[in-house]
Unconditional design. Structure first.
Length: 283
């Protein structure tokens, strides 16, 4: 491996990236509630000399690292934007303008045009909501278990769909029968709610999170006349079910969703690239 790494110390997860001898990215994931693991990993790789660093928990990580290595801090969205641009190019996209929605612990939404960007909004509904609600409602906290189980869940007995409200009469033309009218709304109108299957509950929680995030992102896309919405963040990692919820709704509203491989590492990739550039400039 090379002597430089990029780290994004996020609210929930710390992402670390470096280039191997073939110049390919290698990724490492650590929980942000135990920075000693990051410290141990860095110390076990003494060839590391330089660190590009970003993320909201930067100060907390630095207080644990206490390292003498050369560290370059970069503001979180600058790093994320750099990383997203790199991944877009790598996958053959030539995007001049679009919305970037980062689904981390919470969700942050930016508008990009050329090589500039501006934060347009966000919501506290994000990956933390997904794991938090899942734990409270089903007792499952493990992200991989949540996404695996949600994939085979059925929302029909828990969510209230447009077709359930307009029973027996024609649905107004502007409303699609299969759209959600009320997330978890079916439960609220039952006289005697039954016990629900874990997989069904998890699928419904994912849909709640995905629909709030895509609805908001679409509104910002419309407001800014942007066709594309790039959805990123570790909440999408191996989470085909959430991508489907978000992708379907975005398509339905006539926008183009883009999901990038390894998008959860955008910030860490940007921090790495920034550090490499800074080093080259100094040489
Ligand atoms: N191995 C994992 N362990 C825990 N959560 C995971 C894991 N993989 C994916 N996730 C999901 O990813 C979310 C965190 O996403 P991400 O790493 O992008 O956010 P963050 O950078 O930590 O937070 P923020 O950007 O808001 O500070 C978690 O809330 C969870 O839903
Ligand atoms: Mg983050």
């Amino acid at each position: 491996m090379q002597n430089v790494i990029g780290i994004d110390a996020g609210g929930t997860l710390t992402k670390l990236v470096y280039l191997n001898d073939q110049q390919e990215f290698e990724f490492k994931l650590f929980p942000s509630n135990n920075f000693n693991l990051v410290k141990d990993w860095i110390e076990s790789n003494p060839q590391i000399e330089e660190i590009g660093l970003t993320g909201g928990r930067t100060e907390q990580l630095l207080s644990v690292l206490k390292t003498m290595k050369s560290i370059e801090y970069v503001v979180e969205f600058e790093a994320t934007f750099k990383g997203v641009c790199h991944l877009l190019k790598k996958e053959g996209f030539d995007l001049q303008r679009g919305i970037i929605t980062n689904i981390g612990s919470g969700t942050s939404i930016h508008y990009m045009e050329g090589d500039s960007y501006v934060r347009v909004g966000g919501t506290g509904i994000g990956g933390g909501t997904l794991t938090g609600l899942s734990a409270l409602i089903t007792g499952i906290l493990d992200f991989n278990e949540i996404t695996a189980k949600a994939a085979s869940g059925d929302r029909n007995s828990i969510d209230l769909f447009v077709k359930d409200i307009f029973e027996g009469i024609d649905v107004p033309i502007e409303l699609e029968p299969h759209l959600t009218a009320s997330n978890f709304g079916m439960v609220s109108i039952l006289k005697d709610p039954k016990r629900y299957e874990t997989n069904d509950l998890l699928a419904t929680i994912q849909a709640l999170v995905g629909e709030v995030i895509s609805t908001l992102s679409i509104q910002f896309a419309e407001h800014n006349n942007a066709d594309h919405i790039v959805y990123i963040g570790s909440t999408l990692t191996n989470n085909e079910h959430l991508k489907k919820v978000i992708g379907n709704y975005t398509h339905l509203k006539k926008h183009k969703p883009i999901f990038l491989k390894n998008s959860g590492f955008s910030g860490a990739i940007g921090a790495l690239l920034n550090k490499v550039e800074q080093t080259e400039i100094k040489k």
